[in-house]
Design a protein around this ligand. Structure first.
Ligand SMILES: Nc1ncnc2c1ncn2[C@@H]1O[C@H](COP(=O)(O)OP(=O)(O)O)[C@@H](O)[C@H]1O
Ligand SMILES: Nc1ccn([C@H]2C[C@H](O)[C@@H](COP(=O)(O)OP(=O)(O)O)O2)c(=O)n1
Length: 244
């Protein structure tokens, strides 16, 4: 729904105007952690769009579609049924009715997701889904990804672009990998290189690349603790709400 019709609809019931927040940025900058915490604090819905691209990628791999063959991927793009649960306390994702939260985080999916998400037919389908979810969020929503402020929700009320140094991002991802691997050592140089390679693919694709929207507020999280980033985003949203 456009901002004005959303406003009119909710003013008629004296309900607060739903707020749409777009959070974009490269991998490991804190998009998911920040967006979830902000949504919990403000009573908003939450959508992890990366999980949707991972879900469609998982489906392609599972069904033997060659992820390097863009036309094969495009031909299958409408087949999986992807459903996102938007409660920030317990976000969910299913593919054809099966819980996909675990399988979408495998290295195989991570290695293939940039190729699948570069296919225009995949982006068109997922973008439509994302817009429908955002329009249906009763109090508003925090949507995080790569192209939310530029393409999916260009009229979002608040746009944030998170950044952090490659070293900080690799250290954060390394911490996650170490925890997942039962405390085993992680090669931080290799983690950093893999992040930079994915950034380059996501920023270099033709269709809605990873890019800061001109009207987004950039927040460098390198030296900030997560709760400082959350506070900063909450303040920006509250300022916007007070301004009208
Ligand atoms: N400001 C921060 N300082 C330190 N660690 C952070 C910060 N923000 C997020 N993290 C941690 O970094 C990791 C990646 O964060 P995540 O939110 O998944 O990033 P993204 O969604 O951008 O890939 C998580 O383990 C998270 O707890
Ligand atoms: N809005 C989006 C969100 C994610 N993608 C693609 C590009 C990303 O490398 C993958 C995975 O996204 P995800 O947010 O899960 O990535 P992280 O591993 O958390 O950094 O999906 C996208 O193309 N557009």
């Amino acid at each position: 729904m456009a901002a004005t019709s959303r406003q009119a609809a909710s003013e008629s019931q004296d309900a607060p105007v739903p707020v749409i927040v777009a959070v974009d940025g490269p991998s490991g900058t804190g998009k998911s952690s920040t967006s979830r915490a902000v949504a919990v604090k403000l009573g908003l819905s939450y959508l992890d769009t990366g999980a949707q691209y991972r879900a469609i990628t998982w489906w392609m791999l599972k069904h033997g579609v060659d992820v390097r063959d863009a036309s094969a991927v495009a031909a299958a793009a409408d087949r999986p049924e992807i459903v996102s649960g938007t409660d920030p306390v317990d976000p969910t994702i299913t593919v054809d009715g099966a819980d996909a939260a675990g399988p979408i985080r495998t290295q195989e999916v991570t290695d293939a997701v940039s190729a699948v998400s570069a296919v225009p037919g995949v982006r068109a389908r997922i973008t439509e889904l994302q817009r429908a979810i955002a329009a249906g969020a009763p109090t508003g929503i925090v949507v995080e990804g790569r192209d939310i402020g530029t393409t999916v929700l260009p009229d979002a009320d608040v746009k944030i672009f998170l950044t952090a140094s490659p070293e900080a991002r690799a250290a954060r991802r390394g911490g996650e990998l170490k925890a997942a691997g039962g405390g085993q050592g992680v090669d931080l140089d290799a983690t950093r290189e893999a992040l930079l390679k994915r950034d380059a693919a996501d920023s270099g694709r033709k269709t809605s690349p990873l890019r800061k929207a001109d009207d987004a507020v950039e927040v460098d999280t390198t030296e900030l603790a997560l709760d400082q980033v959350v506070e900063c985003v909450v303040t920006l949203i509250e300022e916007k709400r007070q301004a009208g």
